[in-house]
Design a protein around this ligand. Structure first.
Ligand SMILES: NC(=O)c1ccc[n+]([C@@H]2O[C@H](COP(=O)([O-])OP(=O)(O)OC[C@H]3O[C@@H](n4cnc5c(N)ncnc54)[C@H](O)[C@@H]3O)[C@@H](O)[C@H]2O)c1
Length: 336
């Protein structure tokens, strides 16, 4: 029985409390939030969970195997560092930390203590995203020209990080996961309309060595909730609409075919292919639940999870480059 502790019971943390309380092979022994009012809300519904306002006290009083950290992004590094040093496996919310350097430090502490460090990149446990990844890797989409994503809504507005750091980790994680490679160039433009300090909207552009491009638009200042990813391949085009529960993935047999043989330039043609649209049947499950199960499996087996610390570091490397670019008005930043 794996004993789980949870740090942070704000908006997202209670989902972990619910899921780990339901999964086999584990129990939630304790949870902590520095806001006492948040704790009151859970004392009646989860009477067997010991509640603490100080996570250090929680770790002293309860022997925990794994700790979930769902505190604000700016606190990830400091909290995770302490928890890993105490010898616990860690499941930390995205993004892993604020800088690549902090991420590397967390990966090193986890490796030194032989502990699992997993990042809550939920989309890597989303059956639609994994279906698309398999489809692309099997070559069914052909050569991927570009991907673009949109993650926009009105709010929620955060006070510790901007919209880019908050929302783009999801899309960057999908890009890296589906393509299986890292970009060599990143640029970003955006604006802080509401606060003057943290961007409310950002447009990120990623370029890969082989010419593939990826683009994401994030904003918490939009009228509609859009969660969309489009993959443009030379054989097939794929659209993943995460708010369409009945038909989340569509495969378009659309593209452009160049005529192979031509004697004069005048005979050279581009034939537009406008074929079927297929909606694949994908078994849908709760991605966060699958992510939590993956954490338990990693703790039990010692095997590295898909969204381990190194993967989380790759996402933050892109975010850090995007932040630098944003500060210089969109100047491209090259990655080694
Ligand atoms: N994967 C997803 O889809 C998803 C969705 C939402 C949020 N998140 C992530 O979850 C994390 C938390 O987001 P949220 O929306 O729940 O934020 P939130 O501000 O609503 O909640 C954070 C909670 O952490 C508590 N806290 C802060 N420092 C603490 C400490 N040292 N010890 C104990 N408690 C502490 C706060 O009191 C607060 O209740 C963020 O990293 C965010 O990026 C992920």
């Amino acid at each position: 029985m794996i004993n789980i502790g949870i740090i942070g019971l704000g908006y997202w943390g209670p989902n972990y409390l619910r899921i780990f309380s339901q999964l086999d092979g584990c129990r939630v022994g304790a949870a902590s939030d520095k806001d006492g009012k948040r704790l009151e809300a859970f004392s009646k519904t989860y009477p067997s969970v010991r509640l603490f306002s100080d996570f250090r006290k929680m770790m002293e009083d309860e022997i925990l195997d794994g700790v979930v950290i769902a505190t604000p992004t700016t606190t990830h590094f400091a909290v995770a560092k302490e928890v890993l040093a105490k010898g616990c496996h860690v499941l930390l919310e995205k993004p892993l930390a604020m800088t690549e350097r902090e991420c590397k430090s967390l990966c090193d502490i986890a490796a030194k203590n032989k502990k699992i460090l997993m990042v809550g990149h939920t989309f890597l446990y989303n059956s639609c995203v994994n279906w698309i990844q398999n489809f692309v890797n099997a070559g069914h989409a052909g050569k991927v020209y570009y991907l673009h994503a949109q993650r926009t809504n009105l709010g929620p507005i955060r006070h510790d990080v901007g919209a880019m750091m908050d929302l783009a980790p999801h899309d960057i994680s999908m890009f890296l996961h589906i393509l299986g490679k890292e970009p060599v160039k990143v640029s970003a433009e955006g604006s802080a309309f509401l606060t003057n300090s943290r961007e409310d909207v950002a447009f990120l552009h990623l370029e890969f060595k082989d010419g593939t491009m990826a683009h994401v638009h994030v904003s918490w200042l939009e009228p509609r909730k859009v969660r969309q990813l489009t993959v443009i391949g030379d054989k097939k085009m794929i659209v993943f609409d995460d708010v369409n529960m009945s038909e989340p993935v569509r495969i378009f047999d659309k593209g452009v075919t160049r005529t192979k043989e031509y004697r004069t330039f005048g005979e050279f043609q581009m034939i537009l292919r406008d074929g079927d649209i297929v909606i694949p049947k994908i078994r849908l499950s709760e991605p966060l639940k699958d992510q939590c199960s993956a954490f338990l499996s990693a703790v039990q087996s010692g095997k590295t999870p898909v969204s381990d610390g190194r993967f989380g570091l790759k996402v933050v490397r892109v975010l850090e480059a995007a932040r630098k670019s944003l500060q210089t008005g969109g100047k491209a930043v090259r990655l080694a």
